[in-house]
Design a protein. Sequence first.
Length: 411
Amino acid sequence: MNRWLFWWRSVRSELWVRATLYAAAAIAAALLAVIGAPFVPKAVAERLGGDSVGSILTILASSLLGVATFSAGVMVTAYTAVSQATTPRVAALITSDSQVQKALATFVGAFLYAIVAVTAANANYYGQEGRAILFLFSLVVVGLVAFRLLAWINHLSSLARVGHMIDLVEEHARAALRERRKAPYLGGHSGHIRSAFTVVADESGYVQNVDPARLQEIAEEHDCQVEVMAQPGDYVRRGDPLANLSAHDCSKAVCEEFRSAFAIGGQRSFDQDPRFGLIVLGEIAAKALSPGVNDPGTAIQVMGAAVRALDEWATLAPDGGPGAVRYSRLWAAPIDDEEMVADVFGPPARFGAADVVVAVRLQKMLHKLRRDEGPLATAAGRQSKEALARARLALTLPEDIVRVEQAARTG
């Protein structure tokens, strides 16, 4: 992904960004209402420019602060509940949820609009014509607040629901899998190059994004080939290799150019890291199967979401389709199908081995992935054998073991 696009997506996911934009737009609307005053007919100004606009603004100012505070409290409560019921990695999706951000930003923006408008009106900033325009603006704000409040109430019913969180993670995982399938080698070639120089990381953390277009541009400028050694999701320590170059002469400035194509941070990102979504699904299943929660139904729901995500991965063209190689100087390794299957099915296989219902459903889900030929089917077969071995050790009743073995054979 382009590094600036990745930066914008990262910034946009922050709650304060949308709230700040809405607040700035609201303040601008309140102050600029006076600009259209010369174009307001006198009859309209006499009818709408009275004291009614002050009453509307006073109601908005006195009520929306409480609504915004309440909504923020609900978000914090949902964040805590989701962290406890699933995994903290899922809770981050709440603050980046567009519905949550729109609701809070609308309430904060409307509150500031009302405060600024009331202050300006009391200072005789508008005049009768300007107050008429302010009255129309206020009606629009009231309608927007009413719509957003109803949408927020509807969204609250699913905000902290575990099933909703599973759907969100599945959606992010499938989106990342689709993007990687379109460019299985980050838009370049599969394989290795003869390395003459290695660009190393200057900090420790997870690789959150790689900008292949930037790497291609720099490689063309210096007439060399680039092999990506650290892909999104990999953890690198300072000094670990990020990329291999075929160039023999690589100055410090050139290394900084190549290093600028890699974004490194303290946490993994859903955007360009397909495995992260699967890992989080596996964590939800593991939490559900813990003795303190004991919710095998959630683990079974996670396995269904995993099959849907991986089935889409298997259905799409493995070579990325026509024009998959967009960056002729870039080389990268593909995602390991075995690692993806282990990411999401490994936790329920380990923690649900003693639960015959989970063990049987796990074998049935893996059997569905084994029906087709290919790396994914091979990985599912190996995971099935490992899960069966764990079930044989954990289950105590012979008939339960027979049920799991039969599910592994026939699905």
